[in-house]
Design a protein around this ligand. Structure first.
Ligand code: TRP
Length: 331
């Protein structure tokens, strides 16, 4: 195992779905085999949108329960809550002083919010809080505070990692090698997992297959995946079919090949492959679902796991912020 660091943050904005699982959770958990891995719940990031205290708390525990259920081992990795690490905030301000405002103006999420305002005939910054604007600087602090080498993320986060690099470079070119330049790790093969309607699976489209739904609901979701209207005996295109696009990530390689052939030859009904997919998902997630349920009934335990994680994380973040302050002349 190398002593390089892999780190990723999870915004607590809902129970993860199988798109999250394939695109981000499973690859992130894999990296723990190779690197010193840190995972944290980005509750300060969530605060840019979640303004209800009960909801934010519940979502935080929901994410903790989900990751633990899916195999995150808190004894082997460092698993904490962002807001338990005060050094993150300290570094955020320091970074902000080296972040050109123009760079943040160009960040996708902010730009999209501005564009939407303008399209609706509102003023550019209508309803946009400064936390949303500073989001990338906070994220850079999350990453740079731990000398992170690799950041497993979905494609939508790529720009944020580039911004973190830019900021680190700005500091380093002024003070010498103070910060480590991070690299994004993005799984190309799972770039886009289609949702029920064929668009990218995303909570905002309400087209997700939830991982921890009870069997009946899971089955119902799978049966709702949109297909074309080809009859069972007609040949079908595995490359464009939404069911196959998900199936291929869960089935054994030899089954994927066999099913691909049956698509091309005809004779396979969509209802049949949906049923196979449902059974695969059921096998894959039944145990995690059970554990998730148990964790959600024991918030005290989750709290304790997160606090222990924070203690471990601060063993890294405290000396790091001291080093940064020293470099800047704030010591
Ligand atoms: N912005 C990320 C998301 O929405 C969450 C996040 C916050 C993050 N801080 C991070 C991811 C640091 C990686 C590294 O998914």
């Amino acid at each position: 195992m190398s002593n390089e660091i892999s780190l990723t943050g999870i915004k607590p904005s809902g129970t993860p779905h199988i798109g999250n699982y394939l695109g981000m959770i499973s690859p992130a958990l894999e990296l723990a085999k190779e690197y010193q891995a840190l995972y944290f719940i980005a509750d300060y990031h969530a605060l840019t949108t979640v303004k209800d205290r009960v909801t934010l708390k519940r979502l935080t525990y929901d994410v903790a329960a989900s990751w633990l259920a899916l195999g995150l081992d808190p004894n082997n990795v460092i698993f904490y809550r962002q807001s338990d690490i005060p050094e993150v905030m300290e570094l955020t301000w320091i970074l902000a002083c080296f972040t050109s405002k123009g760079l943040l103006n160009r960040a996708h999420a902010y730009k999209a919010a501005v564009e939407e305002n303008l399209e609706r005939g509102f003023s550019a910054d209508e309803g946009i809080n400064s936390g949303l604007f500073f989001y990338p600087a906070l994220m850079a602090a999350d990453i740079l505070l731990f000398d992170t080498n690799y950041v497993p993320v979905g494609l939508d986060q790529k720009q944020h990692i580039e911004i973190a690099r830019d900021i680190a470079q700005a500091i380093n070119s002024n003070y010498g090698e103070v910060l480590t330049l991070p690299e994004a790790v993005i799984r190309e093969d799972v770039r886009t997992i289609p949702g029920l309607d064929g668009r990218k699976m995303s909570k905002s489209y309400e087209n997700v297959i939830p991982m921890f739904a009870p069997s009946k609901q899971l089955r119902k979701s799978v049966m709702r995946i949109v297909t074309d209207s080809r009859q069972p005996d007609e040949p079908k295109d595995p490359e464009t079919d939404n069911v196959f696009a998900i199936y291929k990530h869960f089935a054994q390689p030899e089954d994927v090949e066999r099913v691909r052939q049956r698509y091309l030859e005809g004779g396979l009904a969509y209802s049949q492959i949906k049923n196979d997919l449902y059974e695969l998902l059921e096998t894959e997630f039944a145990e995690a679902r059970e554990q998730y349920g148990q964790f959600m009934e024991d918030w005290d335990y989750l709290e304790q796991v997160l606090l222990q994680g924070a203690e471990k994380a601060r063993k890294i973040s405290q000396p790091k912020i001291a080093k940064v302050r020293k470099a800047l002349g704030i010591d």
